[in-house]
Design a binder for this molecule. Structure first.
Ligand code: FAS
Ligand code: PHB
Length: 388
């Protein structure tokens, strides 16, 4: 088989890149290790920057998002000393969109099918070759048969545990990492959300987050120790802990119900440089991971894909400036989101070795944010997403 762009990984990054390139007349093949049902069933992100909204619309997959998504103009920060709202739209002129990653994946699968996009799932042993030549190829197997795809470019959209990043020589690849000593226990429940606003809560017992997917689908998180196990958390224990960490004005309004999804996600900050080596480019979680505090993971994947789409269209038109500048351009935006997510995580979470001084520092950071339009603008422009 031959194609112009072979994409390893059929999550949001790979599917969106395939969709954008196909609409621009560029041939792609997506290789995905898991089944379509598995990929479609993954419950992850829920909050889109405005740049992501515009990119999804440009890809022709914005209709359901515009119909079912919930535009979000602000964010609430809470602590033991009360809560306050930051008006993102008033400060930046832009808004966020609450729309689950699961829905985005479904929209992308539908669009790919409508265009007869080539997605080969449940593949094994994917291996890129000849990345340092002008004629790379990718081998893989499926159902016991081996295959080869000759291509012009290989794009690693295969997430943190994928194969692509390992193809960059160790004397070229540099990684940066911060592992946080806690995780997020997340619950999805078919209950009315306690607030139509997303609420981030700092509490001496630990961080909590109130989010939603729609009027009858709530998404909540509480910080838990890094070695905690979801089996130790009954639904009642979760609801009790969530209430303890929220101001009374919110905790009194929590409507509980059975969890339809309950899982613990570890938190880390991670960046791999460069995001290009020869005819290989990395995008999304294959290149970077952020703690979900700033809701940047999926949004960074989308900006990487937007840059790559523009660069590859120009490349196939004879102009290599975009692809030659892709890694530096993507990393410039990635590192600003990494910093913001690190700052927000450090401000809102309880660290195991934290003392009273540290709690006072967090309290004063929130008090300054509450009182300062300048401080709120700094948070708002990063939260809604820096320009592409
Ligand atoms: P993905 O990991 O989504 O997709 C990579 C794909 O590549 C997978 O389908 C995998 O099966 C496939 N693959 C891997 N190795 C392969 C191989 N060798 N061959 C072929 N295919 C291979 N982000 C937010 O913004 N907000 C959140 O609240 C949030 N919560 C998260 C919770 C969890 C538990 C996790 C893990 C992530 C969360 N994220 C969140 C981040 C998440 O949404 C990612 O940023 C997003 O899925 C990135 O998409 P991809 O880059 O496509 O990577
Ligand atoms: C979510 O709705 O899942 C969500 C919202 C905001 C975050 C992280 C996750 O910062």
């Amino acid at each position: 088989m031959r194609t112009q762009v072979c994409i390893i990984g059929g999550g949001p990054s790979g599917l969106l890149l395939s969709q954008l390139l196909h609409r621009s007349g560029i041939d792609t093949v997506v290789l995905e290790a898991r089944s379509r049902a598995y990929v479609a069933g993954r419950i992850r992100a829920g909050l889109l920057e405005w740049g992501s909204v515009e990119t999804l619309r440009a890809a022709g997959v914005g209709a359901r998002m515009d119909r079912d998504g919930i535009p979000d103009d602000g964010v609430v920060l809470a602590s033991q000393h009360g809560d306050f709202r930051i008006d993102i739209k008033a400060l930046t002129g832009k808004r966020m969109m609450i729309y689950g990653q699961t829905e985005i994946t479904a929209d992308l699968f539908s669009a790919r099918d409508a265009m007869n996009g080539v997605i080969i799932d449940e593949v094994e042993g994917v291996r890129p070759h000849g990345l340092d030549t002008g004629a790379p190829h990718v081998t893989y197997s499926k159902g016991g048969t081996s295959y080869r795809i000759d291509c012009d470019w290989v794009i690693g959209c295969d997430g943190y545990h994928g194969v692509s990043r390992t193809c960059i020589p160790s004397d070229t690849l540099k990684t940066f990492e911060r592992i946080y000593p806690f995780g997020w226990l997340g619950v999805l429940s078919e209950t009315p959300p306690v607030s139509r606003k997303i609420v981030y809560a700092n509490h001496p017992r630990g961080f909590a987050l109130c989010s939603l997917r729609n009027e009858m689908l709530s998404r909540y998180y509480v910080q838990v120790p890094a070695d905690d196990a979801v089996v130790g958390w009954s639904d009642d224990a979760f609801w009790d802990e969530l209430r303890r960490r929220l101001p009374d004005s919110l905790s009194d309004g929590i409507v509980t119900g059975p969890s339809i999804e309950k899982s613990i996600a570890p938190l880390r900050s991670f960046v791999a440089e460069p995001m290009r080596w020869g005819r290989l480019c990395l995008a999304g979680d294959a290149a970077h991971i952020v703690p979900p505090t700033g809701a940047k993971g999926l949004n960074l994947a989308i900006s990487d894909v937007s840059y790559l789409h523009d660069a590859l269209v120009a490349h196939f038109g004879g102009d290599d400036a975009g692809i030659d500048g892709y890694s530096a351009r993507a990393l410039n935006r990635v590192w600003k989101a990494i910093r913001f997510s690190w700052w927000f995580t450090s401000t809102m979470h309880r660290f195991p070795d934290q003392n009273d001084f540290d709690q006072r520092i967090q309290d004063s950071e929130l008090a300054y944010l509450e009182a300062s339009a300048a401080a709120q603008t700094v948070l708002a422009e990063q939260y809604v997403g820096l320009p592409y």
